[in-house]
Design a protein around this ligand. Structure first.
Ligand SMILES: Cc1cc2nc3c(=O)[nH]c(=O)nc-3n(C[C@H](O)[C@H](O)[C@H](O)COP(=O)(O)O)c2cc1C
Length: 199
């Protein structure tokens, strides 16, 4: 199995989310592959249209990775539209036999960047549930705050230093756990009810 894949779902390649991703990458023994969604052609979900764009490439990259980090800014209290579009496309039931699920048995984490002190209530829920429905194992979230549109500062970026170790730790060490959530009211993955695509 391959390395860690970071899906950078910001509207800019060199923005705050990219800075957070670079910090994570610099602390990992093996640099992750970074898929920069704003440089890709990703069309909105449409029933039965299949993968006529870069989603096919992303599917392959996820399949070849051992873990996946979704990295998104908070745009209007939610994940970026790029990431939401990707989730809709990855879960497209026309890509699998009915009820088969996509079955990506790999760990996944979230890096979110924003200007507010904490993540909006429920921010992680669609991601946790979508990841769970795709049989990914939820690792947790790191929220990196920045002020007044400035790049995130060292004290915020430092939170990412431990995440690389979490990601690279083999599952049997027991170091994979949800410890990093910053939002209030987030359900533990165990309480997530599987979506019907997951059965
Ligand atoms: C369109 C837009 C909407 C935003 N909405 C929010 C928001 O709802 N909550 C928040 O904390 N920050 C919000 N921000 C601030 C960004 O989340 C923050 O600056 C982030 O780090 C930007 O990351 P980027 O440089 O990768 O785009 C918003 C920024 C933009 C451009």
């Amino acid at each position: 199995m391959g390395s860690c894949l970071v899906i950078l779902a910001s509207a800019r390649s060199r923005g705050n989310t990219a800075i957070a991703v670079e910090r994570l990458a610099s602390r990992m023994g093996r640099r992750p592959e970074v898929a920069d969604m704003c440089r890709m052609n990703i069309v909105p979900f449409s029933y039965g249209s299949g993968d006529c764009d870069d989603v096919a490439r992303l599917r392959r990259a996820i399949s070849e990775s051992s873990s996946v980090v979704f990295a998104t800014p908070v745009y209007w209290y939610a994940m970026s539209a790029l990431l939401k579009t990707l989730l809709e496309r990855l879960g497209d039931p026309s890509h699998q036999p009915p009820g088969a699920g996509t079955g990506w048995e790999r760990s996944t984490w979230l890096i979110a960047t924003g200007g507010d002190p904490v993540l909006p209530l429920g921010f992680e829920v669609p991601l946790i549930r979508a990841a769970t429905a795709m049989r990914m194992h939820w690792g947790g979230t790191v929220y990196v705050r920045s002020h007044d549109g400035e790049p995130p500062q060292e004290d915020e970026l430092r939170q990412l230093d431990g995440l690389g170790g979490e990601i690279e730790a083999p599952p049997h060490t027991g170091r994979h756990r949800v410890t990093l959530s910053h939002a209030e009211g987030v359900p533990a993955p165990a309480s997530v009810v599987p979506h019907r695509w997951d059965r």
